[in-house]
Design a protein around this ligand. Structure first.
Ligand code: URA
Length: 200
């Protein structure tokens, strides 16, 4: 059993917050164990809670369309949420629920080691950019602690609001170039290291 599968098992038995009493299924996340890109949404909704899979409703369909616009399928990327259980009635996640789930998401990032973390929506963004406004920073990558974060609007918001939709459609198109630049930075760092080693 992989470490990620063990983590999913742990999440399935979690009782750290009250959402464990109302959930049908936990929604840990899914995707390749070493995906280049990790998308982090907010919380499972109705369909996700039924199926135990992230982004399987209308927002998920739109996310798949966005991925297709950069020639990716959902199987190519890792998709998860800030919290792993559905808040009743799809209300916003509470601070204590986000806090209870924090170690799970941290561990997921540690295990998958994505080159790029795309935050979807305010709650996911706030985890990495605590006082930022999404309208200001969406579509602008930022490197912190060796990881590149890329904030975008949430697909559910963008689906119904034309001004966000144009932004999210534009922001996703920057991802391929961003990945190329990340690879180039890694190559440059490697050649620099090799050069430094050859001095000895
Ligand atoms: N919205 C989210 O943030 N996550 C899901 O999994 C589905 C909808």
């Amino acid at each position: 059993m992989s470490e990620l599968t063990k983590l999913y098992e742990e999440i399935a038995h979690c009782t750290r917050c009250a959402l464990s009493q109302s959930r049908a299924k936990t929604v840990p996340g899914e995707g390749p164990e070493h995906a280049d890109i990790m998308f982090i949404g907010e919380a499972p909704g109705f369909h996700e809670n039924q199926q135990g899979r992230p982004f399987v409703g209308a927002a998920g369909k739109f996310l798949e369309e966005l991925l297709a616009s950069i020639n990716l399928r959902r199987e190519d990327v890792y998709i998860c949420n800030v919290i792993k259980c559905r808040p009743p009635g799809n209300r916003d996640p509470l601070p204590e629920e986000i806090e209870a789930c924090r170690p799970f998401l941290d561990r997921q990032i540690e295990l998958v080691q994505p080159k790029l973390i795309v935050t979807l929506g305010r709650y996911s963004m706030a985890r990495y950019f605590p006082n930022a406004k999404i309208s200001r920073i969406h579509g602008q990558p930022r490197k912190m602690g060796g990881v590149i974060y890329y904030p975008m609007y949430h697909p559910a918001a963008a689906l119904h609001q034309p001004r966000y939709r144009a932004d999210i459609e534009r922001d996703i198109l920057k991802i391929p170039q961003l990945l190329e630049e990340i690879d180039q930075m890694a190559d440059d760092a490697q050649s620099l290291q090799a050069e430094q080693l050859s001095l000895f």
